[in-house]
Design a binder for this molecule. Sequence first.
Ligand code: ADP
Ligand code: MG
Length: 314
Amino acid sequence: MVLKMGDTVEYGSVDQIINNPQEEYTQALVSVRSIDHEEKAPTPDPVLSVRIITARYKGTNFDVLKNVNVDLYPGQTLAVVGESGSGKSTLARVITGLLPPSQGDIEFAGRTLSPDLKGRTREDLRELQMIYQMADVAMNPRQTVGTIIGRPLEFYFGLRGSEKKKRIIELLDEIELGEKFMDRYPAELSGGQKQRVCIARSLAAKPKMIICDEVTSALDPLVADGILKLLLDLQKIEDVAYLFITHDLATVKAISDNIAVMYQGQVQRYGGKSQVLSPPFDDYTDLLLSSVPEMRLGWLEEVVAHRKMESAGN
Ligand SMILES: Nc1ncnc2c1ncn2[C@@H]1O[C@H](COP(=O)(O)OP(=O)(O)O)[C@@H](O)[C@H]1O
Ligand SMILES: [Mg+2]
């Protein structure tokens, strides 16, 4: 049974719903993550180079990142994927200067960044933006959407009055919400709309790169799909690079140019999307890839049979 806003949209057998959906809404649900993105080749100069980074948290006695080495190219997407606890968010913290590494460098836009946030320039902050999973807590509930998007315009570009308003409206148009959302408060927005506002706020700074940490993980699949499509469209318009952190391989397949598979603080596998997603696989990547649910009959039975065979072989 397919439900939408309390109404039954469609009802049928598994086979009919998956292979022959009748209603437009069901069709959209079933074909979700059908985003088509052609992998781009690396260019000579990366916008970001993470150079042999090792890091640990204060008061702990183990490294959560070990010799992490990845590049991100201008206008492209590097997906960082791996199970919970593999070190993805810690990598974001090191890049943004919240957790200075014990070894290694972050090179960004042709310069070496200060390991500590305090040592970074306003230009560093402007050019490297971040979006989080919980759009809720990333916004001040007492500020309107206009105020939220306007703040980086004031802070980085000194915009005021009508100039600022014009730019806010442009950004609201870019995220497909429009001027009418300017006076709304976060509580008056849906989850997807909140995430769009956070995207607009980061774009307001005209960044070279945005770190997206699980930005679609709290959204339902259709809304998440809309956000991914928006991010890809905006990438073309703004020529912005994404470091896209996710545990969801379907998302990775949809949007990335390069992929880094992380496992226990190390990069297990790294390269262009087609290369990383083609065999032969290491055991961890194989497990990760075979865990991506597919919308087809018999998928689960095949996975279970495959794993039984593997464990019998070992
Ligand atoms: N503030 C912290 N202090 C100590 N250990 C932490 C902290 N944050 C995360 N960790 C540990 O670092 C490792 C990597 O965590 P994290 O980077 O959040 O993983 P991921 O984002 O891939 O789920 C985990 O073992 C986690 O328990
Ligand atoms: Mg995380």
